[in-house]
Design a protein around this ligand. Structure first.
Ligand SMILES: Nc1ncnc2c1ncn2[C@@H]1O[C@H](COP(=O)(O)OP(=O)(O)OP(=O)(O)O)[C@@H](O)[C@H]1O
Length: 215
């Protein structure tokens, strides 16, 4: 089943063309990778899927199972797009607890368990302003996965991670797929894309070219 379908979308910022009649479909329970040079529109694509930005032309259809009345944001999506606005003077755990209070779906011990999954210590009293880049990246990942969302939209999830963390997060994402979840990610690292992704699209000439599709 297809979760997200892009039908002939076009997007231009001022005179900067990102997409022209681009078409693609993302399958449920698979990992899809999106590649493309810096500035080719990967983050903008994710923002359009989430309803934060509208295409100038064309349509983006989300399977009805993931639609919520009165909201453009798809239900059950966990996202990393840009870095979330963490409160710098709070600890990582405090930030996540604050975010979890919006939906009230998970307990503090579930937050702590998700932090441990990515290699963050929930009892670490360091404020986020003193976190390293990789630690902030892990915090973003926890924010995306902690509510056990069905679909993960992850823009550069491996940025700034050390080798062991990359291996750990790859395994975590594979595990998510085994549990029937859907992941769409971007990466500049061809190895991450090759190892993880069933389907791969490349942004080229303002189009989304399907360059790999696993049966
Ligand atoms: N709201 C906006 N207004 C004007 N231009 C924008 C806006 N959002 C993005 N852009 C421009 O669109 C282009 C694509 O940006 P985007 O962040 O999607 O690229 P990307 O493929 O994710 O790049 P990278 O690989 O460097 O992360 C950039 O030139 C960016 O400056």
């Amino acid at each position: 089943m297809t979760i997200v379908t892009l039908n002939k979308i076009s997007k231009t910022f001022k005179n900067h063309i990102l997409f022209t009649n681009a078409t693609a479909s993302f399958r449920e329970k698979t990992i899809t990778g999106i590649t493309g040079p810096n500035g080719s529109g990967k983050s903008v694509l994710f923002k359009m899927i989430c309803g934060f930005i509208q295409p100038d032309d064309g349509t983006i259809s989300i399977d009805k199972h993931y639609l919520e009345p009165n909201s453009n944001f798809p239900k059950g999506f966990g996202i990393i797009i840009d870095r979330p606005g963490f409160i710098e003077n709070r600890t990582g755990f405090e930030n996540l607890r604050r975010l979890a209070q919006i939906q009230k779906l998970i307990t503090p011990s579930q937050i702590a368990a998700s932090m441990k999954q990515v290699g963050l210590d929930p009892n670490n009293k360091q404020k986020v302003k003193h976190y390293s880049l990789g630690m902030k990246q892990k915090l973003s990942l926890v924010q995306a996965i902690m509510e056990d969302q069905d679909v993960l939209l992850l823009d550069e999830p491996f940025n700034a991670l050390d080798h062991d963390s990359v291996v750990n997060i790859r395994e975590l994402l594979r595990d998510y797929k085994r549990k029937g979840k859907t992941i769409i990610l971007t990466s500049h690292n061809q190895e991450d894309i090759n190892i993880l992704c069933d389907d791969v699209y490349r942004i080229h000439n303002h189009q989304l070219q399907l360059i790999k599709k696993e049966d």
